[in-house]
Design a protein around this ligand. Structure first.
Ligand code: BEZ
Length: 212
């Protein structure tokens, strides 16, 4: 059965380019991004993994560890990693999981038989410190994901986990956010010191609370 938001992210042990890992141990108390790609030595995947490596500091700043997975073997991952580093001017140092027996692909429903019987699609899961799934997206093989969008969602998830706010369409870190419907306007005015802008009784904005 497919995984849904709020479900516990299944734990697993896997062989990776960074050694054998246990997902939960690897993530510790932090956040995780687990993403699959169809196959090694493919062009779109090469750019995706390169982009992820180049964003290393952005993920680290947010206390997020990343792991990539495909059903190719470890030796193939190692060779391909060199190509990624060379062509994308990066240094991939996050684990590439060699999921030859499709354990991870099965647990996370990453093979969609009507797209491909054998290869994983471009699934991406964000896992919270409580090990619950906070986001899942699925892209086809032909479309590379936008990793700036992944960071944007992480910013929203981390903010809304702490404050009674939600983030509007196209929100970027630093922009005003929305007061959640469960908070009355009277309470919102007390809660959000920077002020509340009431457009409609159900549409109230406040400056992002966790920045100066
Ligand atoms: C790619 O990563 O470039 C790719 C993989 C499978 C099908 C199409 C593109």
């Amino acid at each position: 059965m497919s995984l849904r938001l709020g479900d516990i992210a299944p734990n697993f042990q896997a062989s990776t380019t960074e050694g054998n890992i246990d997902l939960y141990e690897y993530l510790g108390d932090g956040w995780g991004v687990l993403f699959s790609h169809p196959a090694d030595y493919t062009p779109v995947c090469t750019t995706e993994l390169g982009r992820t490596a180049l964003l290393k500091e952005e993920f680290a700043k947010r206390n997020v560890k990343v792991l990539a997975v495909s059903v190719d073997p470890l030796e193939k991952h190692e060779g391909w990693k060199n190509d990624i580093n060379e062509t994308q001017q990066c240094s991939v140092d996050f684990p590439l999981i060699a999921d030859e027996n499709k354990t991870v692909a099965g647990l996370y429903d990453m093979i969609h038989p009507n797209a491909s019987e054998t290869f994983t699609v471009r699934s991406l899961f964000i896992i919270g410190p409580d090990k619950k799934l906070k986001l899942s997206i699925t892209y086809p093989a032909s479309t590379g994901r936008n990793f700036n969008e992944v960071l944007r969602v992480i910013d929203s998830l981390q903010l809304t986990a702490k404050y009674s706010v939600a983030t509007p369409a196209n929100w970027q870190h630093g922009e005003d956010v929305i007061v959640v419907p469960a908070v009355s306007t009277e309470d919102a005015i007390k809660k959000f010191e920077k002020g509340v802008n009431v457009i409609k009784p159900y549409l109230r904005y406040t400056p992002q609370p966790n920045i100066d």
